[in-house]
Every structure is written in C-alpha cells, then in structure tokens.
Design a protein around this ligand. Structure first.
Ligand SMILES: C[S@@+](CC[C@H](N)C(=O)[O-])C[C@H]1O[C@@H](n2cnc3c(N)ncnc32)[C@H](O)[C@@H]1O
Length: 267
C-alpha cells in the first residue's frame, strides 16, 4: 500500500478511522464476541480503532493484532494503553507472509483491509493457513458502489466518483464488499454467510450525521482532494461545489445510504 494513499498513515486519517470505528461499532461488531481463553488474530489492525472494540467485547480472549506499518502499530499500542486494555499483543507482519505456525489461532478478524490489497485471495489463503480447523474468520468491508444520497447533484456525484477512481488508481478495490462471498468461498472457507450492514442516515439521527456523513464519508472524500486535482479528474471549483453539496446531506432534509458487508466463515 502506498504511503500517500488516502487510507494512509496521516494523523487526519487516524482520527477518521477512530470516528468510523466508534460510530459503526454496534453495527459492525454485533455478534463478534470471542470466548475466554481463545486466541484471536486481528489482521491489519491499523491504529487500533477496531482493536479497542474487539478487546472490550472479548475481554477474556487473547488478541494478537498485526499490521505492516510500524508507526500504525505504535499508535495502536498507545491507544490500548490509554484504554487500560491488557489482552492485546502486537506484531509487525505482512498478511502475505505471516510469521505464525499453521493452525495457531481459534478466530480471525479482518476489517477494512482486503480493499487495500493487490491480491486479497492470497491474504485470505495465508490467514486460512494459520487458523485452526473449525476456527472462524470474520471479514468486514465497504462497497462504494452501494452509496446514494439526497440531495444529489452532478458535482456531489463527481467528487464521490473521484474517491472511487483515486482508490482504484492506487491499486485498491473500493467495491470489494460485493466480492467477500466469492473471495471467502474461493479461499476454501465453509459455511460462509455474508450480511449487508446498512447505514441509513437522516437528520433524526444526529450522532450518525456527525460520525458517519461528516467524519467518516465526507472526510474520506476530502482526503483525495489533492490527488483528484493533480490527476485532473476535476477542477477546483467543481470540487468545492461537490464537497459543499455533499455537506447538504447533513442538513435537515438530507439523507445518506451506504452498505457495508460482513462475512463469516469456518475452516
Ligand atoms: C484502512 S486501514 C484499517 C485499519 C483497521 N482494521 C480499522 O478498521 O480501523 C488498513 C490497514 O491495513 C494495513 N495493511 C495493508 N496491507 C497490509 C499487509 N500486506 N499486511 C498487513 N497489514 C496491511 C495498513 O497498514 C492499514 O493499517
């Protein structure tokens, strides 16, 4: 993954990931609780935004959280310390070359990571190798093709398309949510079940307007401004109008819809 990519390693992006995780924790972590004594691998923990939720929901499981980025792991360690969490250990590791014995873990959790990988099937195959027979995997991803909003203007749609195009040009797959089922079954996981996790926001839900529309979605679009302008996808004036129009979804008659996908499977 490129260091300058929107889902990269800036402080702004770290804050966005934390807002995203906190806003969506009930929706995405619903049903994800691991038994006492079980060994859980969190793959691609980033700055620890999901790690904190995982650890609090399964306080008696032992969680190993890995990421390829040393600086993200350091931030995650700090977050875990601040939250006085004691059941997580961190290792720097590449999903494509995991430094663990076969069948080392009872459960695996992967959130918002496969979208960034050039070969997500290889990553899943590697994860499957380190999972015990009968162990579970949980995979959560977004799908930017699932998004629509009101009011919808040409420019608002254009900046959203810029986000998709920038992510594709950096080798990511912003539509990977719909591929979770074929990827998981393709990797050999059994009993694969994928649930759509719908986020529907209108002004009757002010916490979601703030945490999702503004701090998760619009923040993510604003993160590609430089790249979109550099690559001449849009001019500055249209960009600004598009962002202003997206903010109209946060007003009293605004509406926003997005679909995450959560897949579970067994080895
Ligand atoms: C968008 S972040 C998601 C972090 C966290 N799971 C969350 O939901 O907040 C994606 C993470 O995947 C990590 N990553 C990307 N490629 C990786 C690889 N090959 N091995 C391990 N981690 C990787 C990145 O460093 C980054 O921290």
């Amino acid at each position: 993954m490129r260091e300058d990519y929107v889902h990269g390693y800036s402080e702004v992006e770290a804050g966005r990931l934390a807002d995203q995780a906190n806003t969506l924790s009930n929706l995405l972590h619903d049903g994800t609780k691991y038994p006492a004594g079980s060994k859980v691998l969190e793959a691609g923990c980033g700055v620890g935004a999901q790690t904190v939720i995982l650890a609090k929901n399964s306080p008696d499981a032992g969680i190993t959280s890995i990421d390829i980025s040393e600086s993200s792991i350091n931030q995650a360690k700090e977050l875990i310390r601040e939250n006085k969490i004691v059941n997580v250990e961190f290792t720097r590791a590449d999903l494509h070359n995991l430094p663990f014995e076969d069948k080392s873990f009872d459960h695996i959790f992967v959130c918002f990571v496969l979208e960034h990988l050039k070969d997500p099937l290889d990553a899943l195959n590697n994860l499957r190798r380190v999972l015990k027979d009968g162990g579970s995997i949980t995979v959560i991803e977004g799908d930017h093709g699932s998004c629509y909003f009101y009011p919808e203007t040409k420019e608002a749609k254009m900046v959203w398309e810029c986000l998709i195009e920038c992510q594709k040009r950096f080798g990511c797959n912003p539509m990977i949510g719909r591929e979770i089922y074929p990827l998981m079954t393709g990797s050999g996981f059994k009993e694969v079940q994928v649930q759509p996790k719908v986020v529907y926001v209108d002004s009757s839900k002010p916490e979601l307007v703030d945490g999702f529309n503004k701090k998760t979605i619009i923040a993510m679009v604003e993160g590609v401004k430089e790249q979109a302008l550099d690559m001449n996808m849009v001019d500055n004036e249209s960009w600004q109008k598009g962002i202003n129009d997206l903010y109209k979804t946060t007003e009293s008659d605004g509406v926003f819809f997005y679909n995450f996908f959560k897949g579970t499977g067994i080895k």
